[in-house]
Design a protein around this ligand. Structure first.
Ligand SMILES: [Zn+2]
Length: 421
């Protein structure tokens, strides 16, 4: 006692929501040397170089976007600039889903993850080519385009960056190769002890020569392959082959996997998010564990390549504006309590990538990754790509973040403007 505390930055007067740290209330957060130094109800007696007034703002552990596409340039127009999706949108950690492969992880490390101000990790693609142009050419993604030994070896050599394995279970691939490639993905996942992340919902057109596969059969075959800690993505997709069966019910086998076998669910918002499907899936008792945004060059407007026609003709196109904080706003609007939505972008994704000892909470001593948000009250228009428009009373907006104690304001052009209803 007696000695005046000193901080580089004091985030003062905000509402701290830190599910893993057990805090939800008004706290000051002091930061020194890039680390969280103190979280206390009142640190106003401390000396500080920079004071951020967070009265009326939310202060969260640095947000983690579990589904990013930021292998810029290498994945064609699909990969976005990591810092525009990351720190300049209030998000401190990005997990690229399946951009880099065993052959291209070196470029990802040296040209994306290394230089970015955001923390950039990935789930390595189960396919040799990775996520080029967003998997535009299905023939690259068959059983001839995988090598479990090579991918497993490279994954083990890059565990600081690679936190899981990414593959797709959808009827376009199923019509060509069945679920062969998913089984290879599971082999790599077992071999490396990394979780398997499975995309659900049609991605590719079905093969002309084959009968249109049964999406329900795909789910019945897929789910037994999934183990505790594995992740099913896109539960709210409006495309066939998701959580809702062809007869309109939630597949019982998926409920069992989620409720009894420890398989988790990632929203992976994207352009296929549907309010109607989301209501149905939430009503069935499936709550997502994590909340990736799944933004990429064809579902957000990239200012420097405003080639509208090419964008809209792409199979992955979407026009409804979204990002991670819009996805948070939508879940709030759908009735998920704020603290649980916060857990989906902080504590839970840290667990998903088994980094809960490093990320996802504001405990003193941790690296100072902090997201500062504002919840606006009013009447805001939210929309999805099936044409549904909803009026939300709360809109989550990013204000700034600290990444390792360094401040970034949320000035990214990818933060959609608030639209009055
Ligand atoms: Zn994606």
């Amino acid at each position: 006692m007696g000695e005046t505390q000193q901080f580089d930055i004091l985030i003062a007067g905000g509402t701290v929501i830190d599910p893993a740290g057990g805090r939800n209330g008004r706290f000051d957060v002091g930061i020194s040397d890039g680390k969280i130094a103190a979280v206390e109800p009142d640190l106003s007696a401390a000396q500080t170089v920079e004071r951020i007034d967070a009265t009326e703002l939310l202060v969260l552990p640095g947000m983690i976007d579990t589904h990013a596409h930021v292998y810029q340039h290498v994945t064609g127009k699909f990969g976005l600039n990591p810092d525009l999706v990351g720190v300049r949108s209030g998000v401190t950690t990005l997990i690229d889903q399946g951009g880099p492969s065993c052959m291209t992880i070196g470029g990802f490390r040296h040209y994306v993850s290394g230089p970015a101000d955001s923390r950039v990790l990935c789930f390595i693609s189960c396919y040799l080519v990775g996520g080029l142009e967003g998997h535009l050419y299905p023939d690259l993604y068959g059983p001839n385009g995988v090598n479990p030994e090579h991918t497993g070896r490279v994954a083990k050599q890059n565990l600081d960056l690679i936190k899981g394995i990414k593959a797709h279970a959808e009827i376009g691939g199923q019509s060509r190769w069945g679920l062969e490639v998913i089984k290879v993905g599971k082999t790599i996942s077992r071999e490396t002890d990394l979780p398997l992340y499975i995309h659900l919902g049609q991605l590719w057109p079905t093969a002309d020569s084959a009968p249109i596969p049964d999406a329900d059969e795909l789910i019945r075959e897929l789910v037994p392959i999934m183990e505790a800690g594995d992740i099913l993505a896109h539960p709210f997709t409006r495309h066939p082959g998701g959580f809702v069966s062809s007869t309109g019910e939630i597949h019982p086998i998926l409920l069992e996997a989620v409720h009894e076998r420890g398989v988790t669910v990632d929203v992976g918002h994207g352009s296929h998010f549907s309010f109607d499907v989301a209501r149905k899936v939430l009503a069935a008792g499936v709550e997502p564990f994590t909340l990736g945004a799944d933004m990429h060059g064809y579902n957000v407007r990239v200012p420097e390549t405003a080639d509208a026609e090419e964008r809209l003709n792409n199979p992955f196109a979407g026009v409804a504006p979204f990002n991670l904080t819009i996805a948070m706003s939508e879940l709030l609007h759908l009735g998920v309590p704020l603290e649980r939505v916060v857990a989906m972008v902080t504590a839970n994704p840290a667990k998903m990538i088994r980094m809960e000892d490093t990320l996802g909470t504001l405990q003193p001593g941790r690296e100072a990754d902090v997201s500062v948000l504002k919840i606006e009250s009013g009447r805001f228009k939210l929309s999805d790509n099936s044409g549904v428009e909803e009026t939300a009373e709360r809109l989550v907006r990013p204000i700034l973040c600290l990444r390792g104690g360094r401040r970034f304001d949320a000035d990214s052009p990818f933060v959609p403007p608030a639209i009055a209803a």
